[in-house]
Design a protein around this ligand. Structure first.
Ligand SMILES: [Zn+2]
Length: 128
């Protein structure tokens, strides 16, 4: 399945839309003016899990410490999505050690999903 969503209103739209047929905003302009990293952070709020998952994997590749907080918030916002929670923890592994990362892992060690909580606590212990 290959769906395409408006990055601004999250509606499903035809692939290659320059302007969103739902919210009428200029998608092409937004993509041109918004740095890639910022678009990835924004995509963490997308209600479609496949979009969030793509953003999580791409942020892992970017390896920026300041992604830790938004990644943790994404996992916390979808407490029943264990697969996503684990993907966020995998992504954390790729981020440099930093206060942001410690704070994010602390947050995730209180995640509602047991598996996420346990792994976050382990990674937190590894940091010290
Ligand atoms: Zn839209």
């Amino acid at each position: 399945m290959n769906h395409h969503y408006c990055p601004l209103c999250y509606a499903e739209i035809p692939i290659g839309s320059v302007t969103c047929p739902v919210c009428a905003r200029d998608i092409e302009g937004w993509e041109r003016e918004t740095p890639y990293y910022d678009r990835l952070i924004w995509a963490l709020r997308n209600p479609h899990s496949e979009v969030r998952m793509g953003a999580i994997l791409s942020l892992a590749n970017q390896g920026r410490a300041d992604a830790a907080g938004p990644l943790a918030d994404c996992a916390i916002q979808y407490p029943v999505d264990v697969v996503q929670g684990m993907a966020v923890l995998d992504a954390m592994e790729r981020l440099p050690a930093s206060p942001e990362k410690r704070e994010a892992l602390e947050k995730l060690s209180h995640h509602p999903a047991h598996a996420v909580r346990i792994l976050a606590a382990e990674k937190l212990a590894d940091l010290s």
